[in-house]
Design a protein around this ligand. Structure first.
Ligand code: HEM
Length: 273
């Protein structure tokens, strides 16, 4: 829980911080990726760095702040579960929360300037770490439930069948070593990591089809039409889906995560990708 003092400071500064998220977020990612370029190429969705889609992380902190000021435990649980499942399916490690903290707070100070008094900084710091610790604990629980050590979610899988059309393809997967793939719950998804022609490893989530036999996974990919952004640059939306459709045939090996996510239930189990 937040301390009473921090809660009051958060309440008073939430409109300013929330209103500046649109400026804080691009600066945060610019700093983060300048310091750790491999995060942009190999972990984060670089398509989300285009246009208006990059606000999820910083926006979630503003949402979490609101949920602390006007407590709604069900919403907190559902939010934490959704994000933790996404993180677990990416193998996010607890140590990475330090680097995100560093550049997020540098960006906040740069955007809000003198409004970030030591008292304001301390309150938002407390809020960040409350959120981070909650996510880290939820992610640890998910890794434990999956029977793996923290972040060890990636596996090799072979495309044992591929069917569909030019624009919609179903891939069936079997474990590379022939053992049965782990069971999953309806609504769960896997992350698929694609090694793209420019060398970047880009990851996307796909729900598992429920019509497979035990030990086999299948997922369906839809082609995303090429488009350009307002400034004329090509959109990266669909770069993984289209790569899978155009370049991954039967017999190919894919790197995929264990299944995570699922419908929200009364006990707060995750939402889908
Ligand atoms: C308190 C800190 C953090 C918060 C509040 C947060 C929040 C979020 C949210 C809201 C999403 C979108 C979830 C969805 O699609 O349903 C997300 C996705 C993601 N997060 Fe985090 N996150 C945090 C820390 C981290 C850390 C430490 C890493 C690893 C360095 C990370 C890596 C990612 C990645 C790779 C995605 C997938 C989307 C994308 O690539 O843009 N996050 N996070």
């Amino acid at each position: 829980m937040l301390s009473v003092e921090s809660k009051e400071v958060i309440r008073a500064t939430l409109p300013a911080v929330g209103g500046a998220i649109g400026d804080i977020t691009p600066l945060f990612y610019e700093k983060l990726f300048a310091a750790a370029p491999d995060l942009e190429r190999n972990l984060f969705n670089r398509g989300n760095q285009q246009g208006q889609q990059q606000k999820a992380l910083a926006g979630a902190i503003a949402t979490f702040a609101t949920l602390q000021v006007e407590p709604d435990q069900d919403k907190i649980d559902a939010t934490v579960s959704r994000i933790a499942n996404k993180h677990a399916s990416l193998g996010v490690a607890a140590e990475s929360y330090d680097v995100v903290h560093k550049y997020l707070f540098e960006a906040i100070v740069e955007v809000l300037g003198e409004a970030v008094t030591p008292e304001v900084a301390a309150a938002w710091d407390e809020l960040y770490w409350l959120f981070a610790r909650t996510l880290i604990a939820a992610e640890a629980g998910l890794y434990e439930a999956a029977g793996v050590s923290a972040g060890d979610v990636w596996r090799g899988a072979v495309v044992s069948a591929r069917s569909g059309s030019e624009d919609r393809v179903s891939f069936t997967l079997a474990a590379a070593d022939g053992s049965p793939l782990p069971d999953f719950q309806p609504g769960q998804y896997i992350s698929v990591a694609a090694q793209l022609p420019d060398g970047a490893r880009q990851i996307r989530q796909y729900p598992l089809d429920t019509v497979t036999t035990d030990g086999v996974w299948a997922f369906t990919v839809r082609r995303v039409a090429d488009s350009t952004l307002e400034d004329g640059t090509p959109s990266l939306r669909g770069e993984v889906s289209n790569f899978l459709i155009d370049h991954v045939s039967e017999g190919a090996e894919l790197t995929v995560s264990l299944p995570f996510g699922g419908p929200v239930t009364a006990d707060g189990v995750a939402a889908t990708a």
